[in-house]
Design a protein around this ligand. Structure first.
Ligand SMILES: *[C@@H]1O[C@H](CO)[C@@H](O)[C@H](O)[C@H]1NC(C)=O
Ligand SMILES: *[C@@H]1O[C@H](CO)[C@@H](O)[C@H](O)[C@H]1NC(C)=O
Ligand SMILES: *[C@@H]1O[C@H](CO)[C@@H](O)[C@H](O)[C@H]1NC(C)=O
Ligand SMILES: *[C@@H]1O[C@H](CO)[C@@H](O)[C@H](O)[C@H]1NC(C)=O
Ligand SMILES: *[C@@H]1O[C@H](CO)[C@@H](O)[C@H](O)[C@H]1NC(C)=O
Ligand SMILES: *[C@@H]1O[C@H](CO)[C@@H](O)[C@H](O)[C@H]1NC(C)=O
Ligand SMILES: *[C@@H]1O[C@H](CO)[C@@H](O)[C@H](O)[C@H]1NC(C)=O
Ligand SMILES: [Zn+2]
Length: 402
């Protein structure tokens, strides 16, 4: 990733931006007290509010679970300086999308066939058409490799799940929502301490292409700032909620040095019992496991969308991970599978390159836990990129699950 000329040029552009990402937390020395919230497996106990390990002054942050310009954040000197440091005349001239009467994103008036804005929701597009914009990552390049990712955390009730991942010696890419980090700071610190790859999943989980430029910037900026404040790490990767990204949103993310990580397989786990049946989600997992041995991933790997959003989605992970381990050569966080040794601005925490991952990611070095490996080793890498045929079909369903 770092070798790409496009990203080097982009980083030069992004350096004009002013930010205020500060923290008193050393990500290499996180220590989490044993309290009922941090150790219990009972949801009610785990999700009882506690005194945060760092003072959170509500006046300094957007309103929890509201678009990140709320609480007058867009009128602060800090945000104005950030906003004004960006040359908006260079931004793609793309209008925000709208929601239709059915509550889904509307493609009315958009040229879906030519897809001028590389709008993932309309087309599955991951290669930007606008120059100087960071390209999405949508699959681990390595063959027979499962890219392990969990969205919407940190969930207050994730103790059993994180203990399970630790026992399995697995690291995942964890896409954290800023509002959840604010509410459950020990949950976010646990992710870092366990050596997972932490990335940004916005402040309030909106459909990003429907927002104004200012709202898009605030959603990314304040979520990143909260993760830095609580964990000491500034992520360089993010995931758009429901995959809703286009070149306008990518361009704004690029100003903050944030690269989007999408997926090419969707478990639909969060929708189980909501818009799809539990059986359908189980079938999805079974199909993706079959793909590990039937030739689908002979030349390249996947990135699988799944969630830590509730007990059921975390339960699917516990049920299927043993079979996934058997069917795939590697189960890795996205930083490791893509050789992203520095997924954060801070150099104190780094990740192994794929070649030294030995099949299962040892996770972050610099964090207090990093394990060895029990699985078979990674084989000869392939230059074949993602399998376009597997890119998930456009999803127009928009269910307000928050
Ligand atoms: C983006 O990266 C460049 C180069 O590493 C750095 O100088 C700049 O401050 C970063 N910008 C932000 C907003 O983090
Ligand atoms: C701040 O954001 C709100 C909500 O999006 C908007 O109504 C208002 O005009 C913005 N204020 C400034 C100074 O940009
Ligand atoms: C930086 O953010 C903190 C809160 O996180 C705030 O108290 C401080 O005023 C900000 N500094 C600047 C220069 O905006
Ligand atoms: C592999 O299995 C999946 C899931 O059952 C199926 O959709 C796909 O067609 C299979 N591919 C091959 C090459 O058999
Ligand atoms: C966290 O998980 C619990 C169930 O395990 C669920 O009730 C709750 O809504 C989740 N919280 C968030 C913010 O997703
Ligand atoms: C789901 O909740 C039960 C208790 O209600 C707990 O024992 C179990 O460990 C949880 N599973 C996961 C994966 O969090
Ligand atoms: C990761 O590194 C290996 C070995 O150095 C290389 O073969 C592979 O192409 C790299 N993968 C990516 C996605 O850059
Ligand atoms: Zn999400």
């Amino acid at each position: 990733m770092y070798g790409l000329i496009a990203s080097a040029a982009l980083i030069a552009t992004a350096s004009a931006v002013t930010t205020n990402y500060t923290s008193t937390v050393d990500p290499t020395k996180i220590s989490i007290p044993s309290t009922p919230q941090t150790t219990s497996y009972d949801v009610t106990t785990e999700c009882t509010y506690y005194q945060p390990p760092v003072p959170i002054n509500l006046g300094d942050w957007p309103t929890n679970w509201k678009v990140a310009t709320t609480n007058n954040m867009n009128q602060t000197a800090e945000f104005q300086a950030l906003y004004n440091s960006i040359d908006w005349t260079k931004a793609p001239n793309v209008q925000p999308h709208t929601m239709g009467a059915d509550g889904a994103l509307s493609t009315t008036g958009y040229d879906v066939t030519n897809d001028p804005d590389c709008w993932w929701t309309a087309s599955g597009c991951v290669t930007p058409k606008f120059p100087g914009v960071l390209k999405d990552i949508s699959a681990c390049a390595e063959p027979e490799t499962w890219g392990l990712t969990y969205d919407d955390g940190p969930n207050c009730s994730h103790n059993a799940f994180y203990d399970f991942l630790q026992q399995q010696n697995l690291k995942a890419s964890m896409f954290y929502i800023g509002s959840n980090v604010m509410n459950w700071p020990y949950g976010a610190q646990r992710g870092v301490k366990d050596g997972h790859h932490i990335a940004v999943h916005t402040w309030s989980h909106p459909m990003m292409t429907t927002l104004t430029n200012q709202d898009v910037l605030a959603e990314l900026y304040y979520a990143t700032k909260m993760i830095k404040y609580v964990t000491g790490l500034t992520p360089l990767y993010w995931r758009p909620p429901l995959g809703d990204v286009d070149d306008r949103v990518r361009w704004i993310a690029s100003q903050l040095n944030l690269t989007a990580i999408i997926w090419n397989l969707d478990t639909d786990d969060w929708a189980a019992g909501v818009t799809v049946t539990v059986q359908q989600v189980q079938q999805n997992y079974q199909d993706f496991i079959t793909m590990g041995t039937n030739g689908t991933f002979t030349n390249s790997g996947n990135i699988v969308l799944s969630h830590e959003i509730n007990n059921m989605t975390m339960g699917f992970a516990e049920t299927y991970i043993p079979q996934i381990k058997k069917a795939y050569k590697n189960i890795l966080d996205v930083a490791t599978c893509m050789n992203i040794t520095h997924p954060y601005v801070e150099s104190s925490v780094s990740f192994p390159a794929f070649s030294s991952s030995n099949g299962v990611s040892p996770g972050a070095s610099g964090s207090s836990s990093s394990g060895g490996s029990s699985s078979s080793s990674g084989s000869a890498p392939s230059s074949t990129r993602s399998n376009a045929a597997l890119v998930v079909a456009a999803v127009f369903a928009c269910i307000a699950f928050f």
